[in-house]
Design a protein around this ligand. Structure first.
Ligand SMILES: Nc1ncnc2c1ncn2[C@@H]1O[C@H](COP(=O)(O)OP(=O)(O)OP(=O)(O)O)[C@@H](O)[C@H]1O
Ligand SMILES: [Zn+2]
Length: 680
């Protein structure tokens, strides 16, 4: 009798639930569940012969079962027999409604399966079924340290204006010149949120910026500050996730993936260095954390502040359209002025990395105990290893690219696939002993500088010298002592850093930016030049910037020399408008790659035919076109571009396409992906 009652009880509670499982499958699965269950909790379910963890996405049938329709309901729409959930792992949902809304929105917009979106955004330990419990809570309270200055008038206006719009969606572009003290504005608005018991999410582009930003925030804010980024171990990741979720952390600071952090009492989102490309993920789930910032702020009905000295054309356009409020900080804080910028014409200079004028200037600044930074965006010793007799070049066997010589390991390395080899001694083509290196990378620059400045510390910061976990932080510490030194910096050093004794910046090699086929290259170059220049002279004495170039007549320099980024950007916007390119139109990219070149290209031909058959006026299709680097790691890459003035139409065509993609004959012979709002 007892058994019978139990049986009946469980029948009356059986529900059909939809579950997302973190396996590389795009679809979701239906299960029967006999227990109380809510959307967003984890469940353990049978799949094939395994037991796996999944997240409940929906309760599909709320009507409870009775014996008459019991048999019918145990099958799903395709007639498959449903299996039962083995265990419900959580009482409180791991993903609450607000975060699920964001994940569904993202899956839909990026045409990426919801199960994969979830497994990308959830800490691994949760996906493995571990208990949702904090192991080590971050220390609090912090030792506070107030600054010895008051906000400037411009900063005060910015703070007031933003604080007027709390408790509602409102997007602000905080456009402040380099060194204008945007961080100070952030700190004031964050503290005001904390006082109202709200949590704040802060996104920064570069992982290297997080430790110093965390220290700075901890010294100023009366709240627990936590970091979310890829260098945390799995326990730390779970702890951070849960501290954000349960409200223990007042500030959640992280790189792009932190946009998916669960936040219970959301008050504000800040995205620093909004223009930076690292907010767009360039593999698997190709989302833009900056664009999702807008969606998340709208869904949570809170303000969004995007700060930068060099706004992206996207943001300048929506500022023109009055969809975002632009606030400007026109002066450097604390009395500093913008640096003096000059050009050095390198056309008469042969192959030397450093012009004589630049070497003289470095000497001058070091002699008055200042620091100097040289920017070069190429790591390794030399980018080309070639034969002076027959012009043979060391190429990667797997990619369409030359191999870069790295002296400290005496290897040629491919920067695309990571392949390495010992350099040949004789030319493999003409067998002569006439092999040489050409060009400069950070390693060779370091060596050259040593020959001129024997006693000066040289700090090289690139991916090779910062591979170890704490090495970047150690280098920064050394710079922050303020002692005279020469810093060799790559892209990693361009953003956000505030070195108080850095007086001069030399920009050695940006000319490759003029040769790029990407229509955004000039925009990026202008941003890079202004950002790198912006590291000089941020405190008191005016700094100096010297740019070496073989294209001194390029119009971009007119603007950069006089720090007129906005005017330059408006010109670029006009060009984009007349060509109807983004941000005046919307793009998507279908990329296919395969070991067999023909398959990759033909798959896109098939795809183009399918897309054209969907009949959407106003969507243009171009391609297939071979990728700029056609072969990477033995795979051939081809692109098909879709463009439309109407975002909705573009997404409709992509949805229909996704539903019919199984019809494409070559589908299983290629790897393919969709990239929405591509930037490369
Ligand atoms: N009101 C102020 N008075 C004096 N100094 C200030 C003031 N506000 C900020 N500063 C100082 O000015 C320097 C630059 O500030 P911050 O790093 O925030 O600039 P930023 O706007 O983020 O620049 P970038 O875009 O180049 O990163 C910092 O050293 C900061 O302490
Ligand atoms: Zn390679």
């Amino acid at each position: 009798m007892i058994k019978y009652l139990f049986y009946q009880y469980s029948i009356t509670l059986s529900l059909i639930i939809e579950v997302a499982i973190s396996i590389p499958l795009s679809k979701t699965f239906n299960y029967l569940c006999d227990n109380e269950v809510s959307v967003g909790v984890r469940v353990k379910v049978p799949l094939a012969r395994k037991k796996v963890i999944g997240i409940v996405l929906a309760i599909k049938d709320k009507s409870r079962y009775n014996e008459t329709n019991f048999r019918k309901k145990r099958e799903d729409t395709l007639g498959y027999k449903l299996k039962s959930v083995e265990k419900v792992l959580d009482k409180i949902p791991i993903l609450d409604k607000s975060i699920l809304d964001l994940l569904f929105w993202s899956a839909n917009y990026y045409h990426y399966p919801i199960s994969k979106v979830i497994s990308y955004t959830l800490p691994k330990n949760l996906l493995l079924g571990k208990e949702a419990k904090i192991k080590k809570i971050i220390d609090f309270p912090n030792k506070l340290q107030q600054p010895d200055f008051q906000p400037t008038d411009e900063q005060n206006i910015a703070i007031e204006q933003i604080l007027k719009s709390t408790n509602q969606y409102h997007a602000f572009l905080l456009h402040g010149v380099t060194g204008s003290g945007k961080t100070e504005v952030y700190l004031h608005i964050i503290q005001s949120m904390i006082d109202q018991k709200k949590q704040v999410l802060v996104l920064v582009p570069e992982i290297g910026l997080t430790p110093q930003m965390i220290t700075h925030f901890k010294s100023r804010l009366k709240t627990r500050v936590i970091a979310i980024h890829s260098q945390l171990n799995e326990t730390q990741k779970l702890d951070a996730y849960l501290m954000a979720k349960n409200g223990d952390a007042g500030v959640i600071l992280g790189t792009r993936s932190a946009i998916f952090a669960p936040i219970s009492n959301f008050g504000l989102i800040i995205i620093d260095e909004e223009h930076d490309n690292s907010f767009k993920q360039q593999s698997s789930f190709r989302y833009s954390a900056r664009n999702l910032g807008f969606i998340r702020a709208q869904q949570s009905n809170i303000p969004l502040v995007l700060g930068t000295a060099t706004p992206s054309l996207e943001l300048l356009k929506i500022a023109m359209d009055k969809k975002i409020t632009r606030i400007t900080l026109t002066k450097r804080a604390g009395g500093a002025t913008l640096p003096k910028v000059s050009l050095i014409d390198m056309r008469s200079n042969t192959n030397d990395a450093l012009s004589k004028i630049l070497i003289e200037k470095i000497k001058q600044y070091l002699s008055i105990d200042k620091q100097v930074m040289l920017f070069i965006n190429r790591r390794g010793y030399a980018p080309i290893y070639y034969c002076t007799q027959c012009n043979w070049k060391a190429q990667c066997n797997h990619c369409d690219s030359t191999m870069v010589y790295h002296r400290h390991i005496n290897r040629l390395k491919c920067h695309h696939c990571g392949d390495e080899k010992i350099p040949e001694h004789v030319c493999p083509n003409c067998t002569k002993q006439s092999l040489k290196i050409l060009g400069y990378g950070t390693e060779k620059l370091e060596e050259t500088l040593y020959s001129y400045f024997v006693d000066t510390p040289i700090i090289r910061i690139d991916r090779d010298t910062t591979r170890r976990k704490k090495s970047f932080a150690q280098h920064l510490e050394q710079i922050n002592t303020g002692k005279p030194c020469i810093i060799i910096g790559t892209q990693m050093l361009t953003k956000g850093h505030d070195f108080s004794n850095l007086a001069m910046v030399g920009i050695l090699d940006v000319d490759t930016g003029f040769l790029s086929t990407n229509f955004r290259a000039t925009e990026y170059l202008a941003q890079l030049l202004i950002q790198v220049s912006g590291r000089a002279g941020r405190h008191k004495e005016r700094g100096e910037v010297v740019i070496q170039t073989r294209y001194p007549d390029h119009p971009i320099f007119n603007f950069v020399l006089s720090s007129r980024y906005t005017q330059f950007a408006s010109q670029l916007l006009k060009q984009r408008l007349s060509a109807m390119m983004p941000p005046f139109s919307h793009q998507a990219l279908l990329c296919a790659n395969a070991k067999n070149k023909q398959n990759a290209e033909n798959f896109l031909h098939e795809a183009a035919i399918l897309l054209k058959s969907i009949q959407m006026n106003s969507v243009e299709i171009w391609g297939p076109i071979a990728n700029t680097i056609e072969k990477k790691s033995d795979y051939y890459y081809f692109n098909l571009y879709l463009q439309s003035n109407n975002r909705v139409t573009l997404h409709q065509i992509l949805s229909t396409f996704s539903q019919h993609i199984n019809k494409l004959k070559l589908k299983n012979k290629v790897r393919w992906y969709l990239d929405i709002d591509p930037i490369e």
